[in-house]
Design a protein around this ligand. Structure first.
Ligand code: NAD
Length: 367
């Protein structure tokens, strides 16, 4: 069995895929999270999820907008001492109510706030993509190691019931020998002023955003790490949205078993699908990685049976937040660690290089 497969099986076990949840290492109190960045995701998606968490609670907010932060604090019963600005963020070290910092900022700020959080003695949950370069990812891991704090990446699909069931089915051999995974993610990016289109803040275009879902699905559906990548970019540079970053990029990953993944990300059409093809059948998810409403089918050569996981109602966000709280208490490594984020940064770098140079790029194992 390869190391990669062992890791996936371990991940599956830790996620409770078919196993009882371990009783040890669960917090006896709810751990406090500070949310950094009160934008669409931090404020609109994450903060409401604490109501559904067993081991996590909102303890502080960090924002450049004092009035917004005061309103959010009031709505969630936080004291004014639980409000931080980006300037005084480092003083969060003196707040014992905050155990974990959740970085929900534009990609180009992930490294700075992860490192500052670790130096302040806090565990870190950092949104995807981990950073905008391999060097930043390495510095983030080093800072958390030095501070003896956990680092987890916001790969929420590892806690999403349909994706978890798809991983379990793929691992159980339900589709036979895995030959090909197709994974496509995109949405129409309509705002030309969005930070996602500014290279300094985003690190790149659709690949740094929806492409992370396609790449992650290629990993967790095959259970393998790729050894080579061949990529092609298609961007209409006359479109003012794409002056700095790419629109569409598709790439092929080759795996040691001979399996192939064909992945796509784009900012000019809506798409959200994962399809695994094996020699005994298929596993298909569409939509695949949304917040809710995901659906899954299996079949020999089509959508023959719709599959609803037994825990279909499980909340992926609460699962993610509570997992890091559990890891912080038990000392276990998160199933989606900084190292996993760094591996993806290295593959993303190779995807861009392959597209730029028009050739296949081989990947160092464990890069
Ligand atoms: P957003 O623009 O809605 O929010 C970003 C926040 O950062 C805002 O509150 C903004 O004020 C603040 N900010 C601080 N400094 C800034 C600066 N210099 N420039 C711009 N904004 C600054 O973005 P978002 O959609 O919430 O995305 C934030 C992060 O979350 C990104 O890394 C993104 O990839 C990730 N995300 C993840 C998911 C998911 O499903 N896991 C979904 C959406 C976003």
């Amino acid at each position: 069995m390869t190391i990669e497969r062992r890791d996936v099986l371990r991940s599956a076990a830790m996620l409770g895929l078919g196993l009882a949840a371990p009783a040890i290492g669960q917090p006896t109190r709810k751990l406090g999270y500070a949310i950094v960045g009160l934008g669409y995701y931090g404020l609109g998606v994450i903060i409401p999820q604490f109501a559904k968490c067993a081991h996590s609670r909102l303890a502080a907010v960090v924002s450049g907008d004092r009035a917004k932060a005061e309103r959010v604090a009031r709505e969630h019963g936080l004291s004014p001492q639980a409000i931080y600005s980006y300037a005084n963020f480092d003083s969060i070290r003196d707040n014992p109510d905050v155990d974990i910092v959740y970085v929900c900022l534009p990609n180009g700020l992930h490294a700075e706030y992860t490192i500052r959080a670790a130096r302040a003695g806090k565990h870190v949950l950092c949104e995807k993509p981990m950073a905008v370069s391999v060097a930043e990812g390495q510095a983030m891991i080093a800072a958390c190691k030095t501070a003896n704090r956990k680092l987890m990446i916001g790969y929420r699909c590892h806690f999403e019931p349909f994706n978890r069931e798809a991983m379990r089915l793929a691992r159980s051999g339900a589709a036979g020998k895995i030959r090909f995974v197709r994974s496509e993610h995109g949405f129409v990016q309509g705002d030309p002023g969005a930070w996602r289109l500014k290279r300094a803040l985003s690190g790149g275009g659709s690949l740094m955003d929806m492409g992370v879902y396609s790449l992650q699905a290629a990993h967790y559906m095959t259970g393998e790490e790729p050894v080579a990548v061949t990529a092609r970019e298609s961007t209409d540079r006359r479109d003012p949205r794409f002056a700095e970053v790419e629109d569409m990029i598709d790439w092929t990953l080759e795996f040691p078993s001979g399996a192939i993944a064909g992945c796509l990300s784009m900012y000019s059409a809506n798409q959200n699908r994962i399809l695994l093809m094996g020699d005994k059948g298929r596993i298909e998810l569409e939509p695949a990685t949304r917040y809710d409403g995901n659906r899954m089918w299996t079949g020999r050569d089509g959508r023959e049976r719709e599959v609803t996981p037994p825990d279909a109602q499980a909340n992926q966000f609460a699962g993610q937040l509570d997992h890091l709280a559990d890891c912080a208490v038990s000392g276990r490594e998160p199933i989606v660690s900084g190292e996993e984020g760094l591996r993806d940064m290295a593959i993303i770098k190779a995807i861009y290089r392959s597209a730029r140079e028009g050739r296949t790029v081989r990947l160092e194992r464990g890069a």
